[in-house]
Design a protein around this ligand. Structure first.
Ligand code: NDP
Length: 320
C-alpha cells in the first residue's frame, strides 16, 4: 500500500514526488512516458535558475532529483489502465495487469496533442505529419515544412525548424499570434520563415506510390503539400515535405473521469485552491487541471504539484 500514487512522469509528477518524499510518504511514481511535454521543449528559457536549457536535459534533472529519494520513491514506467475506489483507498491497474493500492492519488497526466481532423492527416501521420515541431524538425534538414498554429508550440516550433529547414511556412488562422512575444520576435527575425495568415489548412496532400516492381520494396507514402481554404499567392496549395500540427492539447483526464472526478466547462480536471478534486484523496497537478488559469508552463505545473503534495500530506495526517 502506497501513501501516494503519482500518475505522470512530467514536471508535475516529478515535483509532487520530491515533495511527498520529503514529507516521508511512501510514493509510487508511475507513468507511460518519461518527461511528458517537458521533453518536447527544444529550448527552455523560463525555468528560474536556468537561463537556457534543453527540455530533455531539464527533465532528466527533475527525474534524478525525484528518484534520489530511494527509501521513499518507487519509480515505474507503465501505463495506468484503470482505477477504482475501494473504500477510502484506490486500486490502480497497470499495464501487464499489475495492481497497486494507494491511500491517495495525484493525477499529473498532462495533455494530449490535438488533431485537425482533416483529409490526409491520419493517412500521412508519421509519414510527414507530426505533432511536435521541436522534436521532429531535425529530420527535415534543408527541406520545406509547414507549422500550423499560433500559440507558443507553433511559433517556437517554427523558430526551431527554421534553424535546419530550408523554408518554413507558419500557417495560422488569425493575423496575430497568442504566443509569447519573445518567440514571435524570434520567428520574425528568421529570413526563411514565411507567414501564411488568415488561412486554414483543409487537406494534407501526399504521393501514392505506384505498386513496386517485382522483387522491390514499395516506396513509402509521403507528404508533398498542404491545401488551404483560400488561395495564398495565387494558389490554394503549398508544396511541403513535412507538416507540424501544433494547435494545442486536450487535458488527459480519462482516468480521473472514470473515477467520477468533476471536470470544468473546458473539460479540465476541476480542482480547488488546494489542488483537491471533488473526490476525497484525489488531487490533480499540471496541464490537465483547471488551475493556474489554464496557463500550461513548467513553473505553473511545479507550483500546482507542490500544493497537491502538501494537500495529500495534510489529508493523510488528518486521517491518522
Ligand atoms: P495553444 O492552445 O496555446 O494554441 C493553439 C493554437 O492553435 C492557437 O493559435 C489556435 O488558434 C490554433 N488552433 C487551435 N485549433 C485550431 C484549428 N482547429 N485549426 C487551426 N488552428 C487552430 O496551444 P500550444 O500548444 O501552443 O500551447 C499550450 C500551452 O502550453 C500554452 O499554455 C502555452 O503557453 C504552453 N507552452 C509554453 C511554451 C513556452 O513557455 N515556451 C512552449 C509551448 C507551449 P487561435 O489563436 O485562433 O485560437
Amino acid at each position: 500500500m502506497f501513501d501516494v500514487v503519482i500518475v505522470g512522469l512530467g514536471i508535475a509528477g516529478y515535483t509532487a514526488a520530491i515533495y511527498c518524499a520529503r514529507y516521508k510518504l511512501k510514493v509510487l511514481l508511475v507513468g507511460a512516458e518519461e518527461g511528458g511535454m517537458g521533453n518536447t521543449a527544444a529550448e527552455v528559457g523560463n525555468w528560474p535558475g536556468e537561463i537556457e536549457i534543453r527540455g530533455p536535459d531539464l527533465m532528466e534533472k527533475f527525474k534524478k532529483h525525484a528518484v534520489s529519494f530511494t527509501d521513499q520513491v518507487t519509480f515505474k514506467i507503465a501505463r495506468v489502465k484503470d482505477i477504482q475506489k475501494m473504500g477510502s483507498e484506490f486500486e490502480l491497474v497497470l499495464e501487464g495487469d499489475e495492481k497497486v493500492m494507494g491511500k491517495t492519488v495525484i493525477f499529473a497526466t498532462g495533455s494530449n496533442k490535438r488533431h485537425l481532423g482533416i483529409k490526409g492527416e491520419e493517412e500521412f501521420s508519421g509519414k510527414g505529419v507530426t505533432y511536435c515541431a521541436t522534436c521532429d524538425a531535425f529530420f527535415y534538414r534543408n527541406k520545406t515544412v509547414a507549422v500550423i498554429g499560433g500559440g507558443d508550440s507553433a511559433v517556437e516550433g517554427a523558430a526551431i525548424a527554421a534553424q535546419v529547414a530550408a523554408k518554413v511556412y507558419l500557417v495560422h488562422r488569425k493575423n496575430s499570434f497568442r504566443a509569447e512575444p519573445y518567440w514571435v520576435e524570434k520567428v520574425k527575425e528568421k529570413k526563411n520563415v514565411e507567414f501564411v495568415l488568415e488561412r486554414n489548412i483543409v487537406e494534407v496532400i501526399g504521393d501514392q506510390p505506384s505498386p513496386a516492381a517485382a522483387g522491390l520494396r514499395p516506396a513509402s507514402k509521403k507528404v508533398t503539400g498542404i491545401k488551404l481554404d483560400q488561395p495564398y499567392n495565387g494558389s490554394d496549395t503549398i508544396a511541403v515535405d513535412g507538416v507540424f500540427i501544433e494547435i494545442g492539447s486536450n487535458p488527459a483526464v480519462e482516468l480521473p473521469k472514470k473515477l467520477g472526478c468533476a471536470l470544468d466547462t473546458k473539460g479540465f480536471l476541476q480542482v480547488d485552491e488546494a489542488q483537491r478534486t471533488n473526490i476525497a484523496g484525489i488531487f490533480g497537478a499540471g496541464d490537465l487541471t483547471s488551475a493556474s488559469n489554464h496557463f500550461a508552463q513548467f513553473t505553473t505545473a511545479a507550483g500546482e504539484a507542490t500544493v497537491a503534495a502538501n494537500s495529500a500530506f495534510n489529508y493523510l495526517q488528518a486521517g491518522k
